[in-house]
Design a protein around this ligand. Structure first.
Ligand code: GLY
Ligand code: MN
Ligand code: MN
Length: 435
């Protein structure tokens, strides 16, 4: 992300902070086992404001501070450590390359922070994300109380940083949308590759390998979440990540996978027949989910509210389930009762951005939020008919289907960024037949 854009974000946030101070630590390292770590990924709020991807760093924003408003604490340069674990910007590099007004070694954080907190009225900080760091922040404020008789003002209010920042993150700029389109394109290509590679008798993880290969070879080192590759009955487990079963002839494969580029996620699901041809039952349910998805996508436009896509999907799904005699009763009663929940147990979408389930409120007060240009949502209805689902004929069992696309709200309507993977029955069968 360009420095100009990052500086603009900090400015926008600081304009809303009055005489406050914001404290934004990045993620801690997490141990995987013994001395081996999980891959490091910066905290989204921290990276959104700094573009700085090193661990052990804290950003401070102090609007109106004459000596500088943007301060970063980070690791010092250290030739020995850099030989072992990689290059570091150091405080000098953070000033030079990341636009910090001032930067200090992270080891000096406890010494310097009380002074920066002096005479600021509000502390903008996300309490509760990291209890160890919470204790340090409270310790700095408490330490200041000892100086009250010397005339020092102690911050009197803690404000959730997310309240301001997450509303900013909800609206994606042109530069952010560009990155998200790239993540979407790579993810779409990975799904196409998976469809082409799929054969009865292969293992789910062999298909996962195709997805990951396509991500990484395009520079997306990390998936945005653990890929879900579930054949047959496994497609009915919403967050199935074992990915270690054999793919059976005659069954469907549900793949939910997306990569991350510069900390922006894509989130795509496709479901297709392992042998390349949908059975009549699979076709009936698949086309129902697709109709529901298209109806839901159509509702993503400025002026409509957040729940309209979900309501549209539920209407189409319930009517279709009634038509197929999977549900029995009267349409309006069934919708009112939520009868679909036995086979469709999640919602139709979520905000998408730096976090796959991105930040941003879904309701303002009691009212659903209204779509505005720059918001990005997923649209992902599904049907999951596990074996033994009460009242459902056996011919429908073990069919799990989800179709998920990423949709940007535009001035005139919407843009689907993940259209690079086929999703009609005919398109999928044609692609798989040509592989
Ligand atoms: N991949 C998680 C979701 O679709 O929400
Ligand atoms: Mn999703
Ligand atoms: Mn998904």
């Amino acid at each position: 992300m360009q420095q100009k854009e990052l500086a603009g974000r900090r400015r926008t946030l600081m304009q809303q902070m009055g005489d406050g101070i914001a404290i934004i630590p990045t993620n801690p390292h997490h141990l995987r086992n013994r001395d081996t770590e999980f891959p490091f990924r910066p905290d989204s709020d921290f990276f959104y404001l700094t573009g700085f991807a090193e661990p052990e760093a804290v950003a401070i924003l102090i609007p109106g501070r004459p000596q500088g408003e943007f301060i970063v604490f980070c690791r010092e340069r250290d030739p020995t450590k850099e030989t072992w674990t990689g290059r570091r910007a150091g405080p000098e590099g953070v000033i030079e390359r990341f636009g910090a007004d001032d930067a200090f070694p992270i080891a000096d954080l406890d010494d310097i922070m009380p002074g920066l907190l002096e005479n600021r009225a509000k502390v903008f900080y996300s309490l509760g994300a990291d209890s160890e760091f919470d204790q340090r922040v409270l310790g700095w404020v408490n330490g200041l109380r000892a100086k009250v008789r010397a005339g020092v003002h102690v911050p009197s209010e803690f404000v959730d940083l997310g309240h301001l920042l997450h509303d900013m993150r909800l609206f994606k700029s042109a530069a952010e949308l560009k990155v998200m389109r790239r993540a979407a394109d790579i993810s779409a290509a990975a799904h196409v590759r998976a469809m082409r590679a799929c054969r009865p008798g292969k293992m789910e993880y062999e298909i996962e390998a195709e997805l990951r290969h396509e991500f990484i070879r395009n520079g997306a080192r990390l998936p945005a979440y653990e890929p879900i590759v579930g054949g047959g009955a496994n497609g009915c487990i919403l967050h199935y990540v074992d990915n270690n079963a054999v793919l059976n002839d005659g069954e469907l494969l549900l793949i939910d996978a997306g990569c991350e580029i510069d900390c922006y996620a894509a989130d795509i699901t496709r479901t297709f027949p392992i042998n390349g041809r949908f059975s009549p039952e699979q076709t009936a349910l698949y086309e129902l989910v697709l109709d529901a998805q298209l109806a839901a996508i159509d509702k993503v436009r400025p002026g409509n509210h957040w729940n309209e896509p979900h309501e549209a999907a539920v209407r189409v799904l319930t009517a279709g389930l009634l038509r197929l005699r999977i549900l029995k009763g009267e349409l309006t009663d069934l919708i009112e009762q939520g009868a679909y929940r036995s086979v469709y147990m999640h919602r139709t979408g979520h905000w998408l951005g730096m976090d796959v389930h991105d930040v941003g409120e879904y309701k303002l007060g009691d009212a659903w939020r209204v779509f505005e240009p720059g918001m990005v949502t997923t649209v992902e209805p599904g049907l999951y008919i596990a074996a033994g689902t009460p009242g459902v004929a056996k011919k429908w069992w073990n069919i799990g289907i989800r179709i998920e696309d990423n949709v940007v709200v535009t001035r005139r309507g919407h843009e689907v960024t993940t259209g690079g993977v086929p999703k009609t029955v005919a398109q999928i069968e044609t692609l798989m037949a040509s592989a």
